[in-house]
Structures are given as structure tokens and as C-alpha cells.
Design a protein around this ligand. Structure first.
Ligand SMILES: *Cc1c(COP(=O)(O)O)cnc(C)c1O
Length: 431
């Protein structure tokens, strides 16, 4: 029992020295980038029907390495997961009047992707235990206008893919997996991203591995792969000379990755297994230690699944502690610092991101098409209360932390655990 005044009440914090930086960039990435720089060939893409429509040697090498790793027929690199999601929605032929079922508890881009193509995101509620789409709620959101389900493996924990795929088959829908937080996560011993029609990964600075900014789309579908390639790179110039039969939605963007990013990506992909192993060990250490605290519940991982812990989400029981979750989390933040390179942003948060439908874009219906389109015959709701489980988790029960990042030592993790124990044991000071 640590009898001590809590830092938030003016006591001594457990620790003020910053935790280590999360920095996975080393000699391998530097060498790889220097080779590209010395070649002078920083991007070989051409927006024309030519062999360079597919990009330069390093981009193509990165894509073949990625598809080998994930065992898919195609890997199409893009300049972010966001542009990858837009590409995937376009590739499915989504258009104004259509609906796409999305999760409200994810990074905003997952729900925005349908809006970009003039379609309507319909928010289904999340599962109380794994925080991904709840299949029963998805089923209730199906209408004659539904064209696709955009699943997010949130925090790195696989969503209930069997049930979601069964709904999709029954209603003839596309399934797009947003795997930004879930590289090498497994659902019933299958890699996520390979179960639906397309899987999209993020290579942004905050993710398991990164290229600064970047993304990757994987698929086994010839037609979808071709359409993704067209959308990535000025498809309107390509359809005629390439002899593409159906040009619908193939107007292209410039979502191309540079040779330098691809070089970093190859080196990072080599590190993914090792980084993940460390992350999993750290997460298990926290689950064990923090799970012993009455009122805290670590994430549920089902048999045959692998959670890859982009974040570790716990459920907090306010009845046990007698104070609101936010009060508890603020007390933790006062006991321990953030990390080098992240000085001003804590590695722990009450909830995750606000349920997306509560953002002004949806509340004010602030777009010219999508839900305001004359072709749209549905009546989507974005009212507070449409996803009660999400709201309960976000506003009351859930907290997420990143203290399991690779680079944390045992001592670093023990300081985090000491902070939790101190706050839990002295909770009366917060009442
Ligand atoms: C990070 C993230 C994105 C966006 O990825 P970018 O590569 O930054 O565009 C989308 N969805 C989820 C779930 C994410 O975590």
C-alpha cells in the first residue's frame, strides 16, 4: 500500500523524467534512402499508359515485399491510409445515393471515405468488448441503398469478421478493412486485411511501422486492383490506351508514393515482426499488472485472434472507484510524464476520439453532396444517442494508453504501473 499524496493534489509525482522516444528509424533506413537519393530517381511514376504507370523500382519492390508478407495477390502503395480508403471506396463504384456502413469509433478518415464519393456514411454501433463494428447493429443499418461495410480493426483488435462477411454475402456488399492500426493482427488465424475485399494499411508516423506518410492497399481481386491503380494515378489518362472496359469512377488522383518512402518502407517492413513482438510482450505485462487492480479490465482477445496493440484500451468501472473515469485519468497524467518527441501529448487518454457523427461536418450536414444529395433517398440520422455503446465507452468507461510502445524498459513500465497503483490506492483523495 503506497500511502502518498497524489500528484494532482500537490504530492510528489511518481516520475517526471520523460519516457523514451518511439523511434524505429536507424541505419537501415538511412542507407536505403541514401541509395535512392544518389540515384537521383526520387519518383519514377508517369500518369500515362507506360511501364512507369506502376512507379519506380523501389515502389514496386516495396509492393512485392508487402504482398509476400501478407500473402495477397496485389499490394498497391499509396501516400496515406486516408487516400487508400478513398481509393477503395472509388474502386467499389460507390456513388451519390449509396450508403456505406462505418464505425463511429475510429479515426475520422474511415467515415469520410464514402463522403468523398458523394455517398452517405451510416454509423453502426460498436461491440462492447472489442470496440469494432457490432454485427447485429450492422444488420440493422442495412437498407436497399447499402453498398459496402467499412470495418476498422480498432486499436489492433480484430473485428468480428465471420459475422460481418456473412451479412455482406447475404446482401451482396463489399467489405473494406481499415487495418491502419492492425498490421499482422489475426482473426481466427487469418491475417486481417485479407478477409474482406480490400485491406488498407497506414504508414504514417504514429503507426507500427512508418514511412513518414504512406499507405498500402491489399486485395486478391484483379478488377479491384486494376481500379485502385487507376485511381492512384490519373486513371482518366489510362483507361483508353489500356483498354479498360468500365471507366466508371476511375478518374484518378495523385496518391503516389515516392521512391524514398518506399525505401524506408522496405527497411521498416523488415523490422515489423521484431517491433510487434516487443509491443505484445509489453502489452501482456500491462494487462497482467493493471488487470489486478479492482475496477480495471484489460482488452478481451478471443481464441485464435492476435491483437497488435496500436493502443491498449481498458474498461474503467466508476462504481468500484467512486469517481468518474476522467478524474482517475487526470490523476494518472499528473503522476507520470509523456515521452521524448511527444512532450506535450500524454500517452494516455480518457476515451479515444469523439464518436464521429458528433463532429460538425455531420451535425451541420456541411457538404454539398452525400446526405444532401438529391439522389439520396434515405434518412440517415447523426443524432446523439444513435450508437449508445460507443457513447458509453467513450464518455464513461474506456481509456486508451500507449505505454506498451517498443523502447519502453521494464523500469519505465513499472513506473507506469506504480502510478496506477498509487492512484487506485489513494482514490479517496479524489472524492
Ligand atoms: C491512422 C489512421 C488512419 C489514417 O491514416 P493516414 O495514413 O494518416 O491517412 C485511418 N484509420 C485509422 C483507424 C487510423 O488509425
Amino acid at each position: 500500500m503506497i500511502m502518498a499524496k497524489l500528484a494532482i493534489k500537490g504530492g510528489q509525482p511518481i516520475r517526471t523524467r520523460l519516457f523514451p522516444a518511439y523511434n524505429t528509424i536507424g541505419a537501415e533506413e538511412k542507407t536505403a534512402v541514401m541509395e535512392v537519393l544518389e540515384s537521383g530517381n526520387l519518383s519514377q511514376f508517369l500518369g500515362a499508359w507506360h511501364k512507369d504507370f506502376y512507379g519506380g523500382p523501389t515502389v514496386q519492390k516495396f509492393e512485392s515485399r508487402w504482398k509476400e508478407k501478407f500473402g495477397t495477390q496485389y499490394a498497391v502503395s499509396v501516400n496515406s491510409n486516408t487516400s487508400g480508403l478513398f481509393t477503395a471506396i472509388g474502386a467499389c463504384g460507390i456513388q451519390p445515393g449509396d450508403e456505406v456502413i462505418v464505425s463511429p469509433y475510429t479515426m475520422s478518415a474511415s467515415a469520410l471515405a464514402p463522403v468523398i464519393y458523394g455517398a452517405v456514411p451510416v454509423f453502426a454501433d460498436v461491440d462492447y468488448d472489442n470496440f469494432g463494428l457490432n454485427p447485429e447493429s450492422v444488420e440493422r443499418c442495412i437498407t436497399p441503398r447499402t453498398r459496402a461495410i467499412l470495418v476498422v480493426h480498432i486499436f489492433g483488435n480484430p473485428a468480428k469478421m465471420d459475422e460481418i462477411m456473412a451479412i455482406a454475402r447475404k446482401h451482396n456488399l463489399y467489405v473494406i478493412e481499415d487495418c491502419a492500426q492492425a498490421p499482422l493482427a489475426y482473426y481466427k488465424n487469418r491475417l486481417v486485411g485479407t478477409i474482406g475485399h480490400m485491406g488498407i494499411f497506414s504508414l504514417n508516423y504514429h503507426k507500427h511501422i512508418h514511412t513518414g506518410e504512406g499507405g498500402m492497399i491489399i486485395t486478391n481481386d484483379d478488377n479491384l486492383a486494376e481500379r485502385c491503380l487507376l485511381i492512384r494515378n490519373h486513371g482518366e489518362n489510362i483507361v483508353e490506351p489500356k483498354g479498360v472496359q468500365n471507366p466508371f469512377n476511375t478518374h484518378g488522383f495523385n496518391y503516389r508514393m515516392t521512391e524514398m518512402e518506399a525505401a524506408v518502407g522496405c527497411a521498416q517492413l523488415d523490422k515489423l515482426d521484431g517491433l510487434l513482438k516487443e509491443r505484445l510482450q509489453n502489452a501482456a505485462y500491462f494487462a497482467e499488472a493493471l488487470g489486478k487492480i479492482n475496477g480495471l479490465k484489460p482488452p478481451v482477445v478471443e481464441e485464435g485472434n492476435q491483437h497488435v496493440y496500436y493502443l491498449q484500451a481498458f474498461k474503467y468501472n466508476s462504481e468500484v472507484f467512486g469517481v468518474h473515469r476522467n478524474t482517475f485519468i487526470n490523476a494518472i497524467k499528473a503522476e507520470i510524464p509523456s515521452a521524448i518527441l511527444r512532450e506535450d501529448t500524454p500517452l494516455i487518454g480518457a476515451g479515444y476520439v469523439k464518436p464521429i457523427y458528433l463532429q460538425p461536418l455531420y451535425q451541420k450536414r456541411a457538404t454539398h453532396c452525400s446526405f444532401n444529395c438529391s439522389k439520396y433517398e434515405g434518412a440517415v440520422s447523426y443524432e446523439k444517442g444513435i450508437c449508445p455503446v460507443t457513447e458509453q465507452l467513450h464518455f464513461e468507461e474506456l481509456f486508451t494508453h500507449e505505454y506498451m510502445r517498443p523502447g519502453m524498459t521494464k523500469q519505465d513500465m513499472d513506473d507506469v504501473i506504480a502510478a496506477f497503483n498509487k492512484v487506485a490506492e489513494n482514490i479517496h483523495e479524489l472524492k
